[in-house]
Design a protein around this ligand. Structure first.
Ligand SMILES: Cc1cc2nc3c(=O)[nH]c(=O)nc-3n(C[C@H](O)[C@H](O)[C@H](O)COP(=O)(O)OP(=O)(O)OC[C@H]3O[C@@H](n4cnc5c(N)ncnc54)[C@H](O)[C@@H]3O)c2cc1C
Length: 375
């Protein structure tokens, strides 16, 4: 019997899962539904690290191609107002072993999975009903269809999670920071970071980013104009290269803006529905979201292709994906809220031993020899 699979979301984990079904030789008809009208072409660089994550990309048959698209990581240099260096985290810290633009990774996974996958852009799931024949799915535009497996790989604000597991407030915890990013054509190779208590401005060769502390604000996440206004009023008056950064923001055609949050869902599977990637275990700006999403896709496809229940996927992944995200709190590291906190972070990370311990702990999280391999 051919399995009818529907994946919501053509970001990273969704196309990786479509490709993993293909590589696993599963008898599956896979459809991916993506709410955006097309793949995003702008965006930040993301990293993959450790043998488990790189091994999965190799098995998916995309590692060599991604190596050609490497952005090679950028050092994170924290500077004072006059531009002098306070401390520097090396490119391996942000770039892992392989750093690529998220949009390139997504496009590569989509291209490799496309021969065996139906991609539908500009649509979304609006209803899920379990029936004896499978999950009956309603779409915003397309006619109803029935599937044997529905996977929510639709990111931090997952629609599948809301429809099947409950409202977003139940699972997404605001970590009291916001982040925004946009493309710039800058110079140099390092990403420069300048901070005052509760506010961070970063300028790199390809993108600008701001992080700021704030409780939950009534921001319209779908409208760039009020987001730009909020960022401008939050950062107006700061020194360093902040005026240049704000001038670039005004002209940016597309911006990424979100609350920094952590997703915690007690169960990632329910009957014939599963959550994968940020939808299940995301942390905004989380340094391991891409790698864990790819490994998750490999395990989910492997378990299903081998006829095992969805719960087996969850069992394997809980430890791997759940472990790192419990501690991730990027806002607090990037923009400590108090003068003392900022001083303490700078003093700590000015020490080589602290920097190498951080790198080591990130690499340790990425490695997991116990993950199944599915010959
Ligand atoms: C600035 C920044 C830097 C980051 N840096 C790194 C890094 O260095 N390393 C790293 O590993 N991770 C990083 N991350 C995190 C990483 O981007 C995510 O963890 C990863 O993209 C998650 O993949 P995903 O496929 O689960 O979700 P996403 O990539 O968010 O994709 C979800 C997809 O679902 C679509 N969608 C949303 N709602 C619906 C719906 N209702 N119906 C259909 N489709 C829908 C979206 O349009 C999107 O295409 C970073 C994140 C940010 C914001």
């Amino acid at each position: 019997m051919t399995l009818r699979v529907l994946i919501s979301g053509a970001g990273v984990a969704g196309p990786a899962l479509a490709l993993a079904f293909r590589r696993a030789g599963a008898r599956a008809d896979v459809t991916v539904v993506e709410v955006a009208p097309r793949l995003r072409t702008s965006g930040f660089a993301v990293d993959v690290r450790g043998p488990a994550q790189l091994g999965v990309l190799d098995r998916l048959g995309v590692l060599d191609e991604l190596r050609e698209q490497q952005t090679h990581g950028s050092a994170m240099t924290f500077v004072a107002e006059d531009g002098s260096e306070i401390f520097r985290l090396p490119p391996e810290f942000t770039g892992g072993e392989l750093e690529v633009r998220r949009s390139d990774l997504s496009a590569t996974l989509v291209r490799h999975s496309a021969p065996s996958t139906e991609y539908v852009f500009g649509d979304a799931i609006t209803g899920l009903t379990e029936t004896p024949d499978g999950v009956e799915v309603r779409f915003r535009h397309a006619p109803d269809r029935t599937f044997d497996l529905v996977v929510g790989a639709d990111g931090m604000h997952s629609g599948v999670r809301r429809l099947r597991f409950g409202p977003e407030q139940q699972f997404v915890r605001h970590l009291n920071y916001y982040v925004a990013g946009w493309d710039v054509s800058g110079a140099g190779s390092d990403v420069l970071h300048y901070g005052v208590p509760g506010r961070l401005a970063a300028l790199g060769p390809r993108s600008a980013m701001v992080v700021f502390a704030a409780p939950e604000l009534p921001v319209d996440f779908h409208d760039a104009a009020p987001q730009k206004e909020l960022i401008t009023s939050t950062f107006r008056g700061l020194g360093w290269r902040v005026p240049e950064l704000l001038a670039g923001l005004a002209d940016a055609p597309e911006i990424y803006f979100d609350a920094i949050s952590r997703v915690r869902v007690p169960r990632w599977t329910s009957e014939r529905v599963a959550l994968l990637g940020d939808a299940a275990w995301g942390v905004t700006l989380g340094g391991m979201g891409v790698g864990t999403g790819i490994v998750g896709a490999h395990v989910l496809a492997g378990e299903v292709a081998n006829g095992r229940p969805l719960a087996a996927y969850e069992e394997h992944l809980r430890r791997y994906a759940g472990r790192w995200q419990k501690r991730a709190d990027p806002g607090r590291f990037l923009a400590p809220r108090t003068r003392h906190g900022l001083w303490l972070r700078n003093a700590l990370f000015s020490q080589a031993v602290v920097r190498s311990a951080l790198l080591k702990s990130t690499d340790n999280f990425a490695a997991d020899p116990a993950l199944p391999s599915y010959a």
